[in-house]
Write a protein that binds this ligand. Sequence first.
Ligand code: SF4
Length: 354
Amino acid sequence: MNNIYKEIVPYLLDWFDYNARILPWREQPIPYFVWVSEIMLQQTRVEAVKGYFDRFITALPDIKALAEADEDKLLKLWEGLGYYNRVRNMQKAAQIIMKDYDGALPADYDKLLLLPGIGTYTAGAIASIAYDIPVPVVDGNVLRVAKRITASYDDITKGSVKKELWKELYDIMPKDRPGDFNQSLMELGATVCIPNGKPFCDKCPVVHLCRAFHQDVIMQLPVKPPKKERKQEERTILLIEYQGKYAIKKRAAKGLLAGLWELPGIDEKVDYKKLSKELKDGGLTIEAIKSIGEAKHIFSHVEWHMIGYHVKTGQVPAEYTKANSLLWVNRKDMETLYALPSAFSRYISYLRNI
Ligand code: SF4
């Protein structure tokens, strides 16, 4: 066991008392708020999460509301955060909580782990922050801080390294303030021992203990293998307008952006001539086609390189709508009722401005 972890506890707690950022879910650390915020924080920075959190909690103020929410409303509330399966899993978990736990998240780490979408990180956060149960959380921030403090060259992407750190932290968790200790480590990683660029060691409460600082190896730690290259995909995105409405369609139930609404498209970049032929072959009467520019969207493993066209049509055969599973919606409904992933934001903002 690394005794150094035991030594940092009082310094971190003291620092946290004076430096913790004021956050809505911290002011009221009720289990549901902690859960929602921690799931959101897995993919987005704290500052950006605030707005999403307020919107979500206002619309779905408790677990019952989440369990009963209509899917389109739920996905719309998650719009912009990506990783839509996370909110779908939250709803499944909420339904189980209503059925098995009288609508309250269980105050039990092992029971939390059994709920859909709740892994060791989220279970640890809910248990420690909302219920004062002394279990650690190990996220990227905690791993970075820990490996710098101990000047360890372990590969932090390995599950075994995360597990070992979890056990080491479990052994030294302060029983009276487990939630604050976890948050202090995460907060230090987010605001002082930062991931990109030089950390602010002059502001660090554990600089006197930090081995990476004393060995002058801060920028070499933590160790991560280089990321695999993302797959490159080309796409044509169509904003098809017909009688003042625009076509959207649902993506397949499995795979990237599963089950979400999207603008129809073609799985390659096509030029005006080819597009025009393809649409005419489908029976559409074209009134105008206008290029609306190129865009790029980066997912975790894939990059989309897109070209967009605004297509005005005078006639759309019912068979075309059926064969392509299109739904025709007006601008306002597209904005307010249907969640379109941020991959399409370039084209949605074009629509907003015409
Ligand atoms: S001294 Fe610097 S490198 Fe060490 S934990 Fe503090 S901020 Fe990170």
